[in-house]
Design a protein around this ligand. Structure first.
Ligand code: GLA
Length: 343
């Protein structure tokens, strides 16, 4: 793989990196003021930056082996908006050479948030920006909204900016209060990529968000986090009823998970999968197969699709010390499409 120096002929002025994340509980709640419980994964996006003395940004993706040229202040196409969004929102007025490489698989593990947070960290250092880790995450969210066109919540960028791999990070996505929570005792995490490419994920995501916003409006509340009478949700017209039922039940599962032992936590993850599949309709038949294989394994306490959905990654909670073996065993049945991401 080419290095920054191979591409640009000199060393970068700044290098920075940020991790992907896997979410254990609290899916599709973060744009309704809910709670989420992600952890960082070891895979990271890395960004190198150097000034090039021109009025043009030169953006190189080592994964794609592709170079893009974007005039300062413009947005560009392909992978450019993730980077130019960060540059433009940070007030960059000179041409930069930007090198990006990432080990974070695309599809459910926040590869885009990792890229944004890594880029913003590099810019913070290069220009001594006054940006704390929360403000930095929120700027990443703004990049998604204004440059990428995904109306995402705050979870991914918050997790990439603030989570570590040793604990879960409980985030109240309304107040942005957060606290580290230990993994359920006696259990560890297995993350697998289903190999199912996400289709129509952006339009499907924005549609779900619009539906639950409409549901909240019909219920006369600010956000579905504020539902106190679950019976009211059942009076909504379909599919708003199912969508809202997912968000409300999922938010409750996060809070229950905080007090739960590993077995109960796993059962909550299984319930999340059913809810994402049946009520939120963001799963995929092949992902359902992979999750079913995991759920049937004796060392698996719970398993579900993770992230936005429509394909992508799954997460399982397994008995301590078994994740690697479980992953291998499941791949034998699931086939070559899949792969183990963590451990
Ligand atoms: C994507 C979004 C997040 C969140 C998840 C679903 O990853 O970027 O904000 O909504 O989907 O929980």
């Amino acid at each position: 793989m080419k290095t920054f120096k191979d591409v640009f002929g000199s060393a970068p002025e700044i290098m920075a990196s940020a991790p992907g994340r896997v979410n254990l509980l609290g899916e599709h709640t973060d744009y309704q003021g809910g709670f989420v419980l992600p952890t960082a994964i070891p895979q990271r996006a890395t960004v190198g930056i150097g000034r090039n003395g021109t009025g043009i940004h030169v953006l190189y993706s080592a994964n794609l082996e592709q170079t893009l040229h974007v005039p300062v202040g413009e947005v560009g196409e392909d992978f450019a908006p993730y980077l130019t969004g960060c540059l433009n929102l940070s007030g960059v007025t000179e041409g930069l050479n930007v090198y990006v490489t990432s080990q974070v698989p695309s599809g459910g593990l926040s590869s885009s948030a990792a890229l944004e947070v890594a880029t913003l960290r590099a810019l913070r250092e290069l220009y001594s920006l006054e940006l704390d880790d929360v403000a930095l995450a929120l700027r990443g969210v703004q990049v998604e909204h204004e440059f990428v066109g995904v109306n995402c919540g705050v979870m991914d960028q918050m997790a990439s900016s603030l989570a570590d791999t040793r604990t879960l990070l409980l985030i109240d996505t309304r107040s942005l209060e957060r606290r580290a929570v230990p993994f359920p005792a006696g259990a560890e995490v297995l993350v697998m990529d289903s190999g199912v490419p996400r289709r129509l994920a952006e339009s499907g995501y924005n549609e779900r968000r619009a539906q639950v916003e409409e549901a909240a409006r019909l219920l006369g509340i600010r956000e579905l986090r504020d539902v106190t009478d679950i019976g009211a949700v059942e009076t909504l017209p379909s599919p708003l009823r199912e969508r809202a039922r997912h968000v409300v039940s999922e938010n409750a599962r996060v809070l229950e998970g905080l007090e739960a032992d590993a077995a109960t936590f796993g059962a909550l993850m299984n319930a999340t999968h059913a809810s994402l599949r049946d009520d939120y309709a963001v799963s995929h038949p092949l992902v359902d197969d992979l999750v079913a294989l995991l759920q049937a394994h004796p060392d698996v306490l719970g398993a579900r699709i993770t992230g936005a959905g429509f394909g992508g990654a799954v997460v399982a909670l397994v008995r301590d010390g078994t994740a690697a073996a479980v992953g291998e065993a499941i791949l034998t049945d699931y086939g070559t499409l899949g792969r183990v991401v963590v451990p």
